[in-house]
Design a protein around this ligand. Structure first.
Ligand code: MGD
Ligand code: MGD
Ligand code: MO
Length: 761
């Protein structure tokens, strides 16, 4: 194995042959289904867009923080040296914290950044800002805003649910019926944050099908489940799954199939919930006929499905996308209630999961260890926002918001600092976000590439990629430690995020506290050592650092052991209570009930979203837009690589439309179309597909935002999505509640997302 080095990315582990010129990356040889994402990350098209020198927006260079934000995103940049950049930033940070307090610094810096436990961009930035006196932070994630707020109240934290999901081998051996809401998209299971190891989902699904597991996929699209499984596709209108789940509960209850012994022993609040389902609270029984009119799933199919679920060992699964919607708490709560009704939670192959599909690690049997983590210190500032409220915060300083039953106010932000995220990828209603990002006095961005966020900054600092530094790869439940050995020189003057922040910390007088006198190797040894001690406590011996570094890879698969979610709780709910207020599954939550929120009542409930196919607005904008995760990249990362670009149509992101809908609008396969609503417009390339239900469009996220007015030329769905929280409880991202219209585009300007910015000498 001499010469072979390893590297880890969120989407896989690479073998790297430093001797080989050209594309030196190949997938790890033990990965049964490696992904092509990232293999082309050193290509000319990618490297062309690297940030190679610190750069300053021209008018900020002239006027500093007094420059207006109006030119952001349009103006040219001046390249400067590291010394000048460091001085300017140190002075600006000093000015803001003195004049306005540390709360005026927004350092939430949400985003996936890259794999590698030491050079993790947000952790580095948070550590730095904490030593500088703190910052306004963000909580929760775009992935799971509603889920992270709700699930610990009613059953278990999202982290425990993900890491504790029943392993795939148990499913193959015990599950009879696998009912999934939102498929199990193999495209999504390409990734695990920190480094997917063995891509296991394709094999696991096929093994389950071969063992006789029957799959039912309730979803507006068909192609989010392996088509070799002979699964049944039941098309369902987007955002209506809760109504369907309630009707399944209604039928199970009506037919006398509910497991009352389970509900009594392991749950609280099922009586009140059943009163609601029977119609005793709002006068509307949640019957299959009622749900059929909302979901467009035939009444007969709902009735039969209820009986199939109750009379087979059934795993109920839910994609995360369902909670990235208005009232996104409800489908997660309803699937727990439905699983409790049939009493299979804690049994092998039965119960619920939220969910199989979004990440490779879910369903893994690899050991559950805590990986190496950089200490971020303590943040003395208490101000925070739920992560998806960024534009609200910037536009409305001092305004009130609610979160988990408490009232809070938005701070007045003067300085925004981002490292490792792309808000012009992740946030909704990008035209509104542009307005919001014109408000702060200063925006600093650490980036590898000239992304839309980098272009919107006042000061851009060039960061290295994980191929250009040494690090440790580790992802929870992937069973691997990866010695990520540097294998390329950074272009131009790019520095590691740690080195960038260490320079500025030095200038501000806390350099020593930031680095603790350790260099990169010193940090890797320390972080690995801490993780090694923890592993030893779990009975897993790891080699010492030098052996790890020589070996390149520690494979823990021999320590794998199957698991059954909630088996301890089921065996003995008194000795293994849940972490909920009652210690049991909360089918009704007294705590959430006490918040008296109109958009998040105390039990699973159907509330129509503002934007869905049953809304009045659908007369003007008749399509429900699904902006799901992209198959050929991770979010916006590597959208400029060949793999992603090869998936475009005349340079635009593909939008999937049912052939009947297309024909009715004179749209042919390959046409450039325009999607529109009151918030914005975007171009996309039409793909006619019978794998999507009529009335629904699918435009994946991640095309680099490319607009200076309401029109996005490239196909970024977030120019159309709505910027409203899932509810006043979680304030989660609700991107998947979005109505649009579609027509053939009559004017098709060129895509400029991948043109480098203008530099002023
Ligand atoms: N409409 C719609 N919108 C969505 C979603 C949806 O389903 N629909 N999904 C949401 C979800 S679940 C998520 S998680 C978010 C994802 O949103 P993000 O995580 O913000 O998206 P990424 O494209 O991964 O952005 C990471 C950025 O970090 C940069 N980067 C990578 N490594 C480093 C590094 O080492 N140092 C520095 N300084 N920079 C680095 C990359 O170049 C990239 O620009 O999007 C959300 N947005
Ligand atoms: N290749 C790749 N993989 C990724 C990512 C990526 O960017 N690229 N992002 C990762 C991240 S950060 C996250 S959080 C996870 C997200 O994981 P998810 O949120 O689960 O992923 P999505 O692809 O948004 O949606 C999953 C499926 O749900 C369907 N769906 C959408 N709306 C509805 C609905 O209302 N009802 C039903 N029944 N189905 C619906 C969609 O059509 C899609 O096929 O994915 C991760 N995996
Ligand atoms: Mo996510």
């Amino acid at each position: 194995m001499t010469g072979i080095r390893y590297n880890a990315a969120h989407w896989g582990v690479y073998e790297v042959d430093p001797e080989q010129p050209g594309s030196p990356l190949s997938p790890w040889r033990n990965d049964p289904s490696p992904t092509p994402i990232g293999l082309d990350q050193r290509s000319a098209g990618v490297m062309n867009l690297r940030v190679t020198k610190p750069a300053i927006r021209a008018s900020w260079r002239a006027a500093g923080h007094r420059a207006t934000g109006a030119g952001r995103g349009a103006e040219g940049f001046v390249e400067i040296g590291w010394d000048e950049a460091t001085d300017l930033i140190a002075a600006e940070l000093e000015r803001v914290r003195t004049a306005h307090g540390n709360q005026a610094i927004f350092g939430g810096s949400y985003g996936w950044a890259s794999a590698g436990r030491f050079h993790h961009a947000q952790s580095q930035l948070h550590r730095f800002l904490n030593l500088a006196g703190g910052y306004t932070r963000s909580v929760d994630s775009y992935s799971l805003g509603a889920g992270r707020a709700l699930m610990p109240e009613i059953v278990a934290s999202m982290d425990d649910l993900s890491a504790g999901a029943t392993s795939w081998d148990v499913i193959a051996h015990n599950t009879q019926l696998f009912v999934t809401f939102g498929g199990i998209p193999e495209k999504n299971a390409q990734v695990s944050p920190g480094g997917a190891g063995r891509h296991r989902v394709r094999g696991a699904l096929r093994q389950a099908a071969a063992a006789g597991v029957r799959f039912v996929n309730l979803s507006p699209v068909r192609d989010n489940l392996d088509d070799t499984l002979a699964a049944e596709w039941v098309s369902i209108r987007p955002n209506t799954d809760t109504a369907l789940m309630l009707a399944l509960v209604h039928e199970i209850d009506r037919a006398g199939l509910a497991d009352h012994a389970f509900l009594d022993r392991y749950c609280v609040g099922s009586d009140y919930f059943l009163t609601y389902v029977r119609g005793g609270i709002d006068g509307q029984p949640k019957t299959p006929a009622w749900a059929a009119s909302i979901t467009q799933v035939p009444e007969r199919r709902i009735v039969d499905l209820a009986h199939e679920i109750a009379t087979h060992r059934t795993m109920l699964n839910c994609a995360w996308s369902l909670q990235r919607a208005s009232h996104g708490e409800q489908p997660f709560w309803a699937i727990v209630a439905l699983a409790a009704m049939v009493g299979q939670i804690g049994l092998p192959g039965g119960g619920f999961a939220v969910g199989y599909g979004p990440m490779n690690a879910i369903g893994s049997a690899a050991p559950w260890l805590k990986g190496p983590t950089l200490d971020q210190g303590r943040n003395p500032v208490t101000a925070f926002i739920p992560v998806a409220r960024i534009a609200d915060m910037l536009l409305n300083p001092g305004a009130a918001f609610t979160y988990k039953g408490q009232g809070h106010t938005y701070p007045d932000i003067r300085l925004v600092w981002w490292a490792g995220g792309n808000p012009f990828h992740h946030h909704q209603d990008l035209n509104r976000l542009r307005q919001a990002f014109r408000r702060p006095e200063t925006i600093i961005v650490q980036e590898q590439y000239w992304t839309p966020m980098a272009r919107f900054a006042d000061i851009v600092l060039p960061a290295t990629t994980s191929l250009e530094r040494n690090d440790i790869g580790f992802a929870t439940r992937e069973g691997l430690y990866v010695a990520m050995r540097r294998m390329a020189d950074p272009p131009g003057e790019a520095l590691d995020d740690h080195a960038i922040l260490a320079r500025i910390a030095d200038r501000l007088g806390f350099g020593r506290a930031f680095t603790e006198g350790l260099d990169e190797t010193g940090w890797l040894r320390r972080l690995y050592g801490q993780s090694r001690s923890k592993a030893a406590e779990s009975g897993i011996p790891l080699p010492d650092f030098d052996d790890f570094w020589d070996q390149g890879l520690i494979d823990l698969s021999e320590f794998s052991s199957s698991q059954i979610a909630f088996s301890d709780f089921r065996a003995d709910p008194l000795s293994h209570p849940l972490s909920t207020p009652s210690g049991r599954i909360e089918i009704t939550s007294q705590r959430i009930l006490s918040y008296a929120l109109p958009d998040c009542p105390g039990h699973p409930a159907w509330m129509a979203p503002d934007e869905w196919l049953g809304a009045d607005l659908s007369h003007a904008f008749p399509f429900h837009l699904i902006s799901d995760q992209p198959a050929r990249r991770l979010h916006s990362q590597l959208d400029h690589a060949e793999l992603s670009r090869a998936g475009k149509i005349a340079g635009r992101e593909p939008v999937h439309i049912h052939p009947a809908d297309a024909t009715a609008r004179g749209i042919a396969d390959g046409d450039i179309v325009e999607l529109f609503n009151d918030r914005g417009r975007c171009l996309a390339g039409a793909v006619l597909s019978a794998h999507i239900m009529p009335g629904v469009l699918r435009l994946s996220t991640g095309a680099w935002a490319d607009g200076d007015g309401p029109l996005d030329r490239h196909g970024n769905p977030n120019v159309l999505t709505r910027d409203r929280g899932a509810s006043g409880f979680s304030q989660g991202c609700a991107a998947l509640s979005c109505l649009v219209g579609i027509r053939r585009a009559d004017h098709v300007p060129p895509v400029r997302a991948f043109d480098p910015p203008t530099f002023i000498a």
